[in-house]
Design a protein around this ligand. Structure first.
Ligand SMILES: CC(C)(COP(=O)(O)OP(=O)(O)OC[C@H]1O[C@@H](n2cnc3c(N)ncnc32)[C@H](O)[C@@H]1OP(=O)(O)O)[C@@H](O)C(=O)NCCC(=O)NCCSC(=O)C[C@](C)(O)C(=O)O
Ligand SMILES: [Mg+2]
Length: 356
């Protein structure tokens, strides 16, 4: 472990100093595109200002013989497109044990390092993986003359990564956040699902049997079942690890593109538990994430009411029959700070919240 006093020192001569605070830019959706797919690549300029984050994916979902085309395609897109003030450019590089990752990082950081906000690293197993990327990025930033530090985002998609999530979150001042990778994580844990995120009808709790005419339990009678959330433990633990280290947690992908209703539910569960965003794999999921990860006008109005009723931030008051105190005040401030940050980027939301 590095000494606390060295934690914010650059890891290579000539590299920019690490950020003291994670930039809190709106990141409600991390929109994935394959830079080797001409149709998707052509849509990128029109998605600037629409998606909070555009991510050029180089890893899974890009076949082996397209890896180089994807890397080169991303370099071209980064050079050609002006991402403006409100849209970030991220990439997901190949896994650290793959034959491509060294060239991914070397090419991207030295050629488009000043345009890249965040590098997403898949299948992170422990803090040692972050330390490796941290030093390599510093060397490449120095080589490429990159002026501001590139941040790192880890995907939680192995049991070992899960067991080490707190150490991963605190491994470097470059850590921006962590996403859940439900498909690889399910495979690594030997879960018996065959999906990319979301629920499963077999993971449920069944209502107790009612009593039959003879007073004994009627096991064959009608009983309601309640589908449970497969990802609750994982997301909650990830949120705690991120909050503890002042970085941002994200739900990952929802693979059933046509099921926009369940996607919204999954995203909202993550939002309520503390996540700041989710991935969008298809344009249809951008609006879902935008809706879910922006507080509602009602929540903002209620938060303001509580804040205004407790100008000193303390005490206890009754509002609509409910006790509000310091702790509910703090929750309301979380909503108001988020609303303020989003409003700065989005005039429609600013208007909605102003009128709430
Ligand atoms: C699902 C797919 C195959 C359906 O693609 P499609 O072409 O069949 O869909 P469509 O509805 O017919 O598409 C309509 C139009 O939208 C375009 N389009 C479609 N998608 C996008 C997009 N993302 N960005 C920009 N444009 C897009 C598409 O090209 C088409 O354009 P057109 O009207 O000109 O013909 C396609 O959307 C896609 O490939 N999405 C990205 C998939 C991806 O990145 N997967 C990896 C992340 S998930 C993951 O890695 C797991 C994880 C974390 O690692 C772990 O849990 O372990
Ligand atoms: Mg994966």
């Amino acid at each position: 472990m590095r000494s606390a006093k060295d934690f914010f020192a650059p890891l290579a001569v000539g590299a920019p100093a690490p950020a003291r605070e994670v930039p809190a830019r709106p990141s409600r959706m991390i929109h994935f595109f394959d830079p080797s797919n001409p149709k998707m690549a052509a849509k990128v300029p029109d998605m600037v200002g629409v998606a909070d984050v555009l991510l050029g994916n180089l890893e899974d979902a890009v076949v082996a013989d397209k890896k180089e085309a994807a890397r080169e395609g991303l370099v071209q897109i980064a050079k050609d497109v002006d991402f403006g003030e409100h849209t970030q450019l991220w990439t997901r590089v190949n896994a650290l044990d793959s034959p491509w990752v060294l060239d991914d990082l070397t090419t991207l950081v030295t050629q488009i390092g000043d345009k890249l906000d965040v590098v997403m690293v898949p299948k992170v197993q422990g803090p040692e993986d972050i330390h490796y990327v941290d030093r390599l990025l510093a060397q490449l930033e120095a080589k490429g003359g990159v002026q501001r530090p590139i941040m790192v985002h880890a995907i939680l998609e192995t049991a070992r990564g899960m067991a080490n999530v707190e150490a991963i979150a605190g491994a470097s001042p470059r850590m921006q956040g962590i996403s859940l990778g439900p498909a690889d994580l399910a495979a690594d844990r030997r879960m018996k699902t065959t999906r990319v995120g979301g629920g499963h009808p077999g993971y449920l709790v069944r209502q107790d049997p009612s009593k039959g005419a003879d007073g004994t339990p009627d096991y064959q009678g009608q009983r309601t079942v309640f589908q449970q959330d497969l990802w609750h433990y994982t997301i909650a633990r990830m949120v705690d690890a991120c909050a503890m280290h002042g970085i941002f947690p994200f739900y990952g992908p929802f693979g059933d593109i046509k099921d926009v209703v369940a996607c919204e539910d999954q995203f909202r569960n993550a939002f309520l538990l503390g996540c700041v965003g989710a991935w969008s794999l298809h344009p249809v999921q951008i609006d879902i994430a935008k809706k879910v990860f922006s507080p509602s006008a009602e929540d903002v109005a209620h938060a303001r009411e509580v804040r205004d009723a407790m100008p000193s931030g303390g005490g206890a008051v009754m509002i609509d029959g409910k006790m509000e105190d310091d702790a509910s005040y703090k929750q309301c401030m979380v909503i108001l700070e988020l609303a303020e940050r989003l409003s700065a980027n989005d005039p429609e939301l600013a208007k909605l919240y102003a009128e709430a």
